[in-house]
Design a protein around this ligand. Sequence first.
Ligand SMILES: Nc1ncnc2c1ncn2[C@@H]1O[C@H](COP(=O)(O)OP(=O)(O)OP(=O)(O)O)[C@@H](O)[C@H]1O
Ligand SMILES: [Mg+2]
Length: 489
Amino acid sequence: MTDSTKHLLLVEDEAPLRVAIAEQLADRGYQVEQVDTGEAALAKLADFAFDIIITDLRLPGVDGSAVVEGAVERYPDIIAIVVTGYGTVKDAVEAIKRGAWDFVSKPFQIDELLHVLDSAIEQRRLKSENAYLRAQLEKRDRFEGVVGRGQAMSRLFQLLETVAPTGSTILITGETGTGKEVVARAIHQGSPRRLHRFVALNCSAIPETLLEAELFGHVRGAFTGAVGNRQGRLEQAHKGTLFLDEVGTMSAALQMKLLRVLQEREFERVGDSNHTIKVDVRVIAATNSDLGRLVAEGTFREDLFYRLNVIPVQLPPLRERKEDIPLLVQHFLDKLASGDRSAGERSAGERSASERSAGERSASLSGERSVRKSVSQDAMRRLMAYHWPGNVRQLENAVERAVAFSAGRAQIDAGDLPNEIQQAQEAALASAVTLPEGGLDLDDFIGGIERDLVQRALERTGGNKGQAAKLLNLKRTTLVEKLKRIERA
Ligand SMILES: Nc1ncnc2c1ncn2[C@@H]1O[C@H](COP(=O)(O)OP(=O)(O)OP(=O)(O)O)[C@@H](O)[C@H]1O
Ligand SMILES: [Mg+2]
């Protein structure tokens, strides 16, 4: 209902009354259609999405309640108002149960009806505004396929939103599996360059001798095996993005050549030094080694480091942002339920629509509804307790494995997780209950754990006290009391 003109369907079998109401409503700017039976109303509703329906309750044939039910079923946001005759309040209540917003009793003044309409429209507006704002807030838990909700990731999303649209060179650092490549793709998707190619080159996967030709291309006969002319990745990425993975492993000679590309945006193919090629490429580099240290050790060029490190993006290890685990687990379960293995590589907007259709496709193929599994509390506790040396990639693999192991069940249990993760809980608990040499203050210690868990629960639920209480198996009021106590302390 964004258009200001409201389309209204009026259902009333008494012609004079119907015409009178219709005229008054049309005078107030409503676009009114009139019908005199329930059947006709349902037929109209099938053809057109009205914003509002006003129907008499007592109609010959299909009655007003059934019309309301049909309307609301088809358009959950429609405002349905029933008009009742003398002594039919009970029926009006029934209509409201079936989805009517409100009722007016005959005889009524037109102002009474208008008042009911205005207030319904206003409340609907607020409701959709809230839904919109909520959607905006929820959008914050992902950026073009990169998922996360804790502070570290929200800050990352803010940074990505700012820098993605620019053409700046970006250096992404982070341990293995922290999402360096997903982030690089997300930056490309969030930039005007998304209309062109994202070309990835893993510098450590290709022998040094071939890497240069791979990057710059070569001409026929440039080296043994160079049978024809070939475009390099730089040319392929023209107007798009070149992702240089494991950039720390490049040789000194190649580092120098890359420096020139970054400075001049030009290069020559291997074996053809007379012909300079100019490209418009955005470079995103990634590394899981400490380039600063490589510079200090003299194995990485300092000038190249600064050229690459224009905008540093650091991805924290998963063990430092465990609050993201439940959301990531859901994300991977969604991905698996929909049978879409590449969900993480596309933009958020594309994903929701296509994941659904992919899910439906796979469901109809297997003749089975692909429902997203849930995760038992015990399993989730262990996932949260584990230290994830392989980071998000390891989590994704663990979820995939657990889904396979829990075949036939709707819930993933701790027993479906790999051994080392199953044992994480005991280890974490064991370390938490160690008694230090010099003893401890029990109340203080327990209070600290309580404060920590309450904060985590609130963080995980985005501050929702009701949900946080549920996570901790507390009554909401108990949680509120604890919070007050914590704040006082
Ligand atoms: N924030 C995230 N949201 C959604 N999926 C993620 C996220 N981070 C990582 N992944 C998933 O985890 C896997 C590993 O991510 P990616 O390949 O980007 O890691 P990486 O940092 O490049 O690792 P490596 O250093 O080993 O190359 C991918 O399948 C990716 O989809
Ligand atoms: Mg990678």
